[in-house]
Design a binder for this molecule. Sequence first.
Ligand SMILES: N[C@@H](CCC(=O)N[C@@H](CS)C(=O)NCC(=O)O)C(=O)O
Length: 216
Amino acid sequence: MTLILTTYDWVPEFPRGYVRDLRIRWLLEEIGRPYQVDTVPLREKSAAHIARQPFAQVPMILDGDLSLFESGAILLYLAEGSALLPKGQDHPRTVQWLIAALNSIEPGALAWIVAKFFDKDDVTAARRESFLHERLAQLQEALKDRDWLVGDGFTVADLLMSDILRIPAESGLLDDLPQLAAYLERATDRPAFRKALADQMAHWQAADERHKGAPE
Ligand SMILES: N[C@@H](CCC(=O)N[C@@H](CS)C(=O)NCC(=O)O)C(=O)O
């Protein structure tokens, strides 16, 4: 049965390339699993959507009769049995770093994004940026001169961590963290990432075409 990945039917320009279905697309490309894309409206949240995602967000997947939400949970589920979620002690280490990405890095990045790009509150953004930068420096210290967070290979933890680092990096927060910048470059240079990003951008392009034809 083909896996179904649900994202929005359309989003404005600014989140394109960053909507979290990207991380799922990336993982699916890495493991070579085909999928179809389904959509829910961005604005009118239906009862059917909320029944599958209590916070009325995306992404969600449907694999047979299994419906899952939370990008981290979806990534762990899909990576199971692949090289992206190694066996032995590297399994819990990978889960640990995936949770660190979600719980120790992403909240600080999100708080800074909200202040800087949504609220445009320079004072709060500067304070949050310095907190986030400290976390990023600690992450670089933990990574040291290794290519990836766990063992010798790219794992689902690297996939998620690097996706979270993209917006801070684009705003220059990794400019004085060269090992972390190189880590992000290594991850996003992977063909699976480039394919996932191109596919997501094509999805929004097609959504624009549909939007043009829709009555106002
Ligand atoms: N913790 C959730 C966060 C999901 C999330 O924030 N999704 C965004 C898109 S990337 C969304 O649906 N935002 C619109 C909304 O919250 O109404 C996950 O990782 O799946």
